[in-house]
Design a binder for this molecule. Structure first.
Ligand SMILES: *[C@@H]1O[C@H](CO)[C@@H](O)[C@H](O)[C@H]1NC(C)=O
Ligand SMILES: *[C@@H]1O[C@H](CO)[C@@H](O)[C@H](O)[C@H]1NC(C)=O
Ligand SMILES: *[C@@H]1O[C@H](CO)[C@@H](O)[C@H](O)[C@H]1NC(C)=O
Length: 253
């Protein structure tokens, strides 16, 4: 009475066989890891028979996200900007998505509809943090604002006179009036508050400055490597096209 019709039975059996075939073909038995990590090493990619796909996937033109959390008057930050950040930026700007967050160990308090900032190196530091934040916003082009910040930090590192350095660096900057209007008005405060939010949103609050993240991640290793040789760190991380051009002697790994 309740026999399955023969054709349904055959369909059922071939379905099971097909599934078995599919499993063995697309999921080799020694590839016992989920797809999200198939490309995490050459060995796994090889075991999972996706080596070629992984090379293609890795060479999509993914820029390296590098973000520096700092404050304008901290000597270690100045040193980092002068020795590592600027030279690396000049060489590798085409493969870096650079974030600059001039806030550091500052502290903010709501002040009516506005915000009041307190900075580790005093009120002068807050003004320069805000000026650099405004530079990022007003000058827009990283080529221009990174140079502006580098020039300003270099001067302050050398002569420790922020006010004098600001005057000197402002002399030959484009959009000078817009920059002053921002730094001296509510826009600057609003933008600096955004920098506070970015800093406070870090999964691990900065324990010191400069504080760096690489593709959103901070670790002791990343920090040490960035401070020793940022160019190396970026080149090690970059897996995009033209790697040889930007990082001679290095291949996609
Ligand atoms: C900012 O504004 C104050 C008063 O409005 C003025 O004294 C000061 O010179 C201004 N600073 C700049 C950099 O223009
Ligand atoms: C870099 O940041 C952008 C967002 O700004 C994000 O879409 C991208 O996935 C990040 N890249 C890496 C490799 O984390
Ligand atoms: C970083 O390391 C590279 C070699 O990998 C070397 O050529 C370069 O001079 C180093 N840069 C600094 C700032 O130490």
């Amino acid at each position: 009475m309740a026999f399955l019709p023969l054709n349904m039975m055959i369909a059922f059996i071939s379905l099971i066989m097909l599934a078995g075939n599919l499993m063995s073909e697309t999921f080799p038995t020694d590839c016992n890891v989920p797809p999200s990590v198939w490309c995490s090493s050459q060995e796994i990619a090889d075991k999972c028979k996706v080596l070629n796909q992984c090379v293609a996937w890795k060479s999509r033109n993914q820029l390296v996200n590098f973000t520096l959390y700092y404050e304008a008057l901290c000597p270690d930050c100045q040193n980092f900007i002068i020795k590592q950040l600027f030279p690396t930026f000049i060489k590798l700007k085409s493969i870096i998505n650079l974030g600059l967050v001039p806030y550091g160990n500052a502290y903010e308090q709501k002040d009516g509809k506005s915000w009041k900032f307190t900075c580790q190196h005093g009120a002068e530091e807050c003004s320069v943090n805000i000026l650099e934040t405004c530079a990022i916003h007003v000058l827009e082009d990283p080529n221009i604002y990174v140079k502006f910040i580098y020039d300003l930090e270099t001067c302050m590192f050398k002569i420790q006179k922020p006010e004098k350095c600001v005057k000197m660096v402002m002399k030959h900057i484009s959009k000078r009036d817009n920059l002053i209007a921002c730094a001296n008005g509510t826009t600057g405060i609003y933008l600096e508050h955004q920098m506070a939010l970015k800093t406070n949103a870090l999964p691990l609050p900065p324990m010191y400055v400069p504080w760096v993240t690489l593709n959103g991640v901070h670790s002791e290793h990343i920090q040490r490597k960035a401070e020793n040789n940022l160019t190396d760190l970026i080149c090690e991380t970059y897996q995009g096209k033209d790697k040889e051009k930007y990082c001679p002697g290095r291949v996609i790994s």
